[in-house]
Design a protein around this ligand. Structure first.
Ligand SMILES: [Zn+2]
Length: 170
């Protein structure tokens, strides 16, 4: 796996991306959905790893094989699509969407190293580097994506942050 630090760092980016998209769709009362999706994005980015640990037991063994069901691409994509669809209709959609963004970000971070990620069936690996190496590239790529999406939503459209629009309009 990518190191947990890398997952947290990319999780921050996933949270920003999720929050930006939720803001674009209306964050609900007081933009609460924006905050919720950000927090859920941070949680989701480490979820595929902690979901497979039996944290309720004393031994804390893995209850399923590492990088199987919790790293399943289709599952995360389905959650993403479903929650995206419900944005603006259900208050649960924003955190679910953030969680899915984080989960997918986790898979992207795990993808380049040799163990790979079971996107559909069977693992696939980009086979670029070993675990922990080049975390910086993964983190930088995720932040670049967050910056790209964030500035598109917030600076160009000034959506979800009305005060920014006021500020810019002087
Ligand atoms: Zn993982």
């Amino acid at each position: 796996m990518a190191s947990s630090k890398a997952h947290q760092a990319t999780g921050f980016a996933a949270g920003v991306i999720a929050a930006a998209i939720v803001a674009r769709h209306g964050g609900g009362p007081f933009q609460a959905g924006v905050l919720l999706s950000f927090i859920a994005g941070m949680a989701g980015a480490t979820a595929p790893d902690w979901l497979e640990v039996a944290w309720w037991s004393r031994a804390r063994r893995l209850w399923i094989t590492h990088r199987t069901l919790t790293h399943w691409g289709i599952g995360w994509l389905a959650l993403l699509a479903l929650s995206y669809h419900l944005l603006g209709h259900s208050i649960y959609a924003a955190p679910a969407f953030g969680f899915a963004c984080g989960g997918l970000m986790h898979l992207f971070a795990d993808w380049p190293n040799p163990l790979g990620v079971p996107w559909i069936a069977g693992r696939h690996s980009l086979n670029l580097w070993n675990s922990g190496n080049c975390d910086l590239i993964v983190v930088a790529a995720s932040w670049a994506a967050a910056w790209f999406i964030g500035q598109h939503v917030w600076l160009h459209d000034a959506y979800g942050l009305p005060w920014l629009r006021h500020l810019c309009a002087g």
